[in-house]
Design a protein around this ligand. Structure first.
Ligand SMILES: C[S@@+](CC[C@H](N)C(=O)[O-])C[C@H]1O[C@@H](n2cnc3c(N)ncnc32)[C@H](O)[C@@H]1O
Length: 265
């Protein structure tokens, strides 16, 4: 007997080609408060005022309108044109102003001393291997003006020996959006993981499924500190738990959504 096709299994679409669905999946964040925290981090630790801001792997760039409202010029870099088009449209709609968006790879950044602050969120340093990771930090060093900060959310693996799984569900009007995040070790010598983000969006009985996978070269805490100490263009500033600049990681009982800051010297 021929196996019957499974009508219940929808085809999975690329997540980063579908910015509105990505935005729902990661819509749990208070982006106004996060922008305020990034500004506060700069107020405390940057050696220069912040006018020009760069978000790396910006995606749909939900923070951009808040930077613009604070009087800053915002540039977003991302590899997905679909994300950037959406970000451009949404920023203009929400702030009545334009931000600059550049399509490119974070391991080959095209900027020279153009920014006072750079940031990357949700652990989005998508470097597949050590060389790409080094090129990324060299690119950020070239992009930042002296005294400027590079602030990273996650990006260092504080639980290096376990595969990580998380999931969450949100309801928006008639839409139910479930996200499953997985990080599985690929190669413990090369320190690479396979990251998978699966998003399922159900609207009035119809389900669409989206997926993004990427190989990432992970950094461990002491390795990261050593790398920054030896980097000619950066110094380590600090790391804090859960976006709270008054809670250094050393005091954290468990680590969640850490912020890490380094400064361009
Ligand atoms: C998890 S999303 C983060 C989006 C946004 N920063 C946020 O806070 O919601 C990751 C983003 O990284 C982008 N990306 C993946 N690999 C990249 C690369 N090599 N260079 C630049 N962007 C990349 C994807 O297109 C996607 O928009």
């Amino acid at each position: 007997m021929q196996p019957r096709p499974n009508k219940l299994a929808p085809t999975r679409e690329p997540l980063y080609e579908s910015p509105a669905n990505y935005a729902m999946a990661f819509g749990y964040r208070d982006v106004a408060a996060e922008t305020w925290n990034l500004r506060e981090c700069a107020a405390r630790h940057s050696a220069r005022p912040v006018r020009d801001v760069l978000e790396i792997a910006c995606g749909h760039a939900p923070h951009a309108p808040h930077w613009i409202a604070a009087g800053c010029a915002h540039t977003g870099l991302d590899a997905s044109m679909a994300m950037l088009r959406y970000a451009q449209r949404e920023t203009a709609r929400r702030s009545n102003k334009y931000a600059r968006f550049v399509c490119g790879d974070l391991a080959a950044m095209p900027f020279q001393q153009a920014f006072d602050l750079a940031y990357v969120l949700l652990g989005s340093i998508y470097a597949p291997d050590t060389q790409a990771l080094i090129r990324h930090f060299d690119g950020v060093a070239a992009a930042l003006r002296r005294g400027g900060l590079y602030v990273m959310e996650w990006c260092v693996d504080f639980e290096p020996f376990v595969d990580y799984v998380d999931s969450w569900t949100h309801e928006y009007d008639h839409v139910r959006c479930t996200t499953l995040y997985r990080a599985e070790h690929l190669n413990r010598i090369e320190q690479t993981i396979l990251e998978t983000v699966e998003v399922s969006v159900e609207t009035e009985g119809i389900t669409r499924e989206f997926v993004a996978t990427a190989q990432k070269r992970v950094m461990y805490p002491q390795e990261f500190l050593q790398f920054i100490r030896q980097h000619p263009s950066f110094e380590f500033v600090g790391w804090w738990n859960d976006w709270n600049l008054d809670e250094p990681l050393e005091q954290a009982a468990s680590i969640n959504r850490p912020l890490i800051a380094i400064r361009r010297v």
